[in-house]
Design a protein around this ligand. Structure first.
Ligand SMILES: Cc1ncc(COP(=O)(O)O)c(C=O)c1O
Length: 401
């Protein structure tokens, strides 16, 4: 059986099977190799591991708990739904896990500026926070559409002292924010660090971001075993670029009895090209943003327009490791549409008193759909990747609450 563990993948060149790599021009390849070398060095240092562990505990508030959503499970009448509470982290989502790592790496490499894109604003807020803590200037590129939708996070980024760059070209959402941030990074790759916000981009980012996020699954595996004396039957997470999903899946990849499910945004329907972002469900192998992975392309072979009610899932590519895990059949990828997401957002809020991020509500919606079909002694663990404060005004407006 293929070893899918963290140590086994990617290979030395950053490949997960045929996916990943460094599909960048030669001068950028050097910059990526420098980052890979610095990362390999820093992770073996005990002082770095101690500093990160202390920040996870005292700054982020880790370990995040697992909550048994009993009232929700009872209401559905099937499997038990459990929530890994990444929404309780400082800054409200899983993104802080890799942002702290990336900010410490930037300091170690003496970088003068950290640049990134953001969709829902969670990566932007988390990176601005980590840069404030470490004392490095931070610049966040964000689509104008998302700036208007995710206003609370925009205000927070400004308060935290980062430079916010509105991106107005194209669809003015996540893909354009990545293009814009990359352009700024190209001005001085030696002194800048592009702190990518998910398990995407050229090597070493898919590996590095996964490694920083793998704390989620490490904790969850131990916590679940301690309380229930077994592993969960299914582990579910939403997939935009794929960082929260890789974060929780990594610890379970070699536990073949645990079903792993990644939930993509079906937006307004999988039958409407340009109105969903279900890359693994509907896309094909291709290239985007310096990596080989599944991509949603249009007829001209360009990345297609994408849509999701959740800004953080609105991306026409996906992490190379997810692309590989789909092909080898270790992870099932399914989708949830905007309406199902909204229903789950409201149900979790009203039945459990937990307002989820719209991104995370995709995973909750899938678990609610699946739980109905399963006996009561089965356990579904959902990665609740973030909280919905950023989405509250938007949802209230859409639903007329
Ligand atoms: C709360 C939350 N969950 C999930 C995502 C999607 O990203 P990823 O697939 O990398 O976890 C985002 C992105 O902004 C997010 O804010």
């Amino acid at each position: 059986m293929t070893d899918l563990s963290q140590a086994a993948l990617p290979d030395a060149n950053g490949y997960f099977g045929p996916y990943g790599g460094q599909l960048v021009p030669p001068h950028l390849k050097q910059a990526m190799d420098d980052i890979a070398k610095a990362y390999d060095e820093i992770v073996t240092r005990q002082d770095f591991q101690d500093e990160l562990a202390a920040l996870f505990a005292d700054y982020v508030g880790r370990p995040s708990p697992i909550f048994h959503a009993k009232r929700l499970s009872d209401q559905i009448g099937g499997a038990q739904i459990h929530l890994k509470r990444e929404d309780l982290n400082h800054t409200g989502a899983h993104k802080i896990n890799h942002c702290l790592g990336e900010a410490l790496l930037a300091k170690f490499m003496n970088k003068t500026k950290v640049i990134a894109e953001t969709g829902a604003g969670q990566h932007g807020v988390a990176l601005a926070t980590a840069c404030a803590l470490v004392g490095i200037p931070c610049e966040i590129h964000m689509g104008q559409v998302d700036i208007e939708k995710e206003h609370p996070n925009v205000t927070k980024m400004r308060i935290l002292g980062c430079k916010l760059v509105p991106v107005t070209f194209g669809a003015a959402t996540l893909k354009e924010a990545v293009d814009s941030a990359f352009e700024e990074y190209l001005k001085d790759p030696t002194n800048y660090l592009y702190a990518i916000g998910s398990v995407v981009g050229p090597h070493p980012f898919p590996k590095m971001v996964r490694d920083f996020q793998s704390i989620i699954g490490k904790e969850a595996r131990e916590q679940f075993q301690q309380v229930h004396g077994q592993l969960p039957d299914q582990v579910v997470a939403c997939v935009g670029g794929g960082s929260n999903a890789m974060g929780i899946f990594t610890a379970f990849l070699n536990d073949r009895g645990v079903r792993l499910v990644g939930v993509e945004p079906a937006g307004e329907g999988l039958d409407k090209p340009g109105r969903h972002a279900a890359t693994l469900t509907q896309g094909k192998p291709g290239e985007i943003h310096g990596m080989a992975c599944y991509v949603l392309n249009n007829a001209a072979g360009e990345p297609d327009a994408v849509h999701s009610i959740a800004s953080g899932l609105d991306y026409p590519g996906v992490g190379p490791q997810h692309s590989y895990l789909k092909d080898v059949g270790r992870v099932d990828y399914d989708s949830v549409n905007d309406q199902e997401c909204l229903d789950a957002f409201m149900t979790l809020s009203r039945v459990e008193g937990i307002i989820p991020a719209l991104e995370s509500a995709h995973a909750v919606a899938w678990a609610m759909r699946e739980a109905k079909k399963l006996p009561q002694d089965t356990h579904i663990l959902v990665n609740l990747s973030g909280r919905g404060d950023k989405d509250a005004d938007y949802v209230a407006k859409v639903l007329g609450i």
